[in-house]
Design a protein around this ligand. Structure first.
Ligand code: AMP
Ligand code: ZN
Length: 470
């Protein structure tokens, strides 16, 4: 059965054919590590995880490359403003490397909680400065780039397909360009490959054009080609990357190789909050830690995301997350019944039909909502059996909900001592004795019990490695 994916480039669902089967080269634009990744960012990575898992489900072998942007991403996606990591370093009085390391660690911690598989190669921009300089040198030598007083810029007039990915009108863009656009640039959409650094700039490296630092777009071209050169099949990112970042990557690759490199451009839609943009200034910027602190399971958030197709906008609300959490609890109850059930003598006659439908759904441009509906058909409509349980685990290789590890969360499993502590903490909270409540919470944590304050009251869960974990 063939796999079809929507290619932003052709605006069509295309049959997926890798260049060097069974290998698939997959590149995902990684996080800019100057702050916590918010739950919108995490949607982009749950999506690339699902794509990777579907490819694996189709028996491809994946080399998944993800960059970590620790230099070069300026406050505007174009070439204006300060470097985001440097700006944050100054605010926190730390070095840019400390900032990047801290937020990279948090990113991978959050990814793990969402069952996102680690990329095969995670590469930092600052470890690839030489590759970027070499790349820019080729672009300059081949006449695709020019030097002006503040850096080296790509000349988009040299690339006839510039704007094709996003369908932008370059002439309109020229007319609409803001007055403060660097007047030395030949076209307002020409973009920086290398920036010359002012003397006091914290991050800078020697180059043929003096001390400086790379532009943001060049890192993805340089690292993508380094690690996936011969089989760069799929490139993913959020939809905001289409008009600037990915348009620029295509142009750079063309200048360097004389042809387009990436075959399939695949983009995930945005997660909105309360119907609009998520922003710190609006007070609706949430991270996975916020979700956990409110007592929700990160997997409930994954489940919430999986119930929408990746090319549709999703609106995050706490009510919707609560619904997802309830669904996961029901799912767990059902799955456990199947887990305990014996095999069906002679096998399940309906199984092959489900297997086919599941693959049809995920192979149809990752129709995961349809695949999940199918799981529910089995859980609700079929008699539990070991055969179905094994099939559910097979499906979970794609969904990544951790069905095999699902455990009952029930009152009967805690000791008298723990129950008493939980009650004492509730009392303390009622009396607004926060110090005591916090101290009991810590005691429970030491005993391997995490409390979650939910709108329906306090809930608890056992944490891995805790002494109460059986
Ligand atoms: P950044 O760290 O800003 O480079 O972004 C990391 C990823 O998150 C990129 O693929 C963005 O396209 C994506 N992204 C940013 N905001 C959102 C959002 N609200 N919803 C979904 N994806 C997003
Ligand atoms: Zn990128």
């Amino acid at each position: 059965m063939d796999l079809y994916i929507f290619n932003t480039k052709t605006r069509e669902k295309e049959k997926f054919k890798p260049q060097k089967p069974p290998w698939v080269g997959l590149y995902t634009c990684g996080p800019t590590v100057y702050d916590y990744a918010h739950i919108g960012n995490m949607r982009a990575y749950v999506f690339s995880d699902i794509l990777r898992r579907v490819l694996e489900f189709n028996n491809f072998k994946i080399r998944h490359v993800m960059n970590i942007t620790d230099v070069g991403h300026l406050v505007s996606d174009a070439d204006e403003g300060e470097d985001k990591v440097v700006l944050e370093a100054r605010k926190q009085k730390k070095t840019p490397y400390e900032i990047a390391e801290f937020y990279t660690d948090v990113f991978f911690r959050h990814s793990a909680k969402l069952n996102i598989k680690d990329p095969t190669i995670a590469c930092k921009a600052t470890d690839h400065i030489q590759e970027m300089i070499d790349f820019v040198k080729v672009l300059v030598d081949n006449g695709y780039a020019y030097e002006i007083s503040d850096g080296i810029y790509f000349d988009i007039s040299t690339f006839p397909n510039y704007g094709q990915l996003s369908g932008i009108d370059l002439e309109e863009q020229r007319e609409g360009a803001r007055v403060e656009v660097n007047p030395e640039k030949r076209h307002p959409a020409d973009f920086a490959l290398w920036k010359k650094a002012p003397k006091n700039h914290i991050m800078q490296w020697p180059s043929p054009w003096g001390m400086g630092y790379p532009g943001w777009h060049i890192e993805c071209s340089a690292m993508g080609l380094k690690y996936l050169d011969a089989f760069f099949d799929i490139h993913t990112g959020g939809v905001d990357h289409i008009p600037i970042h990915h348009e620029n990557e295509i142009a750079q690759n063309w200048g360097f190789k004389g042809r387009e490199i990436v075959k399939y451009w695949v983009h995930s839609e945005f997660l909105q909050v309360d119907g609009g943009k998520m922003a710190k200034s609006l007070g609706n910027f949430y991270t996975l830690d916020d979700i956990e602190e409110k007592g929700y399971d990160p997997i409930a958030f994954r489940y919430f995301l999986l119930n929408a197709h990746y090319r549709k906008k999703v609106n995050f609300t706490w009510e919707a997350l609560q619904g997802a959490q309830k669904a996961i609890e029901r799912l767990t109850e059902h799955v456990l019944k199947f887990k305990e059930a014996p095999p069906m003598e002679g096998g399940e006659p309906g199984l092959e039909g489900y297997r086919k439908s599941f693959k049809e759904a995920v192979n149809d441009d990752l129709n995961v909502p349809r695949a999940i509906a199918l799981i529910w058909d089995i859980l609700r409509g079929e008699e539990p059996s070991q055969d179905y349980y094994q099939f559910l685990l097979e499906c979970d290789r794609v969904l990544g909900l951790g069905l095999a590890e699902m455990e009952k969360k029930g009152e009967e499993e805690i000791s008298e001592e723990i129950r008493e502590l939980i009650e004492r903490r509730e009392e303390a909270r009622k009396k607004r004795n926060w110090a005591e409540a916090d101290s009991i919470r810590d005691q429970l944590l030491e005993k391997g019990i995490r409390l979650m304050d939910t709108p329906e009251g306090v809930r608890w869960e056992k944490i891995k490695g805790g002494e109460n974990n059986d």
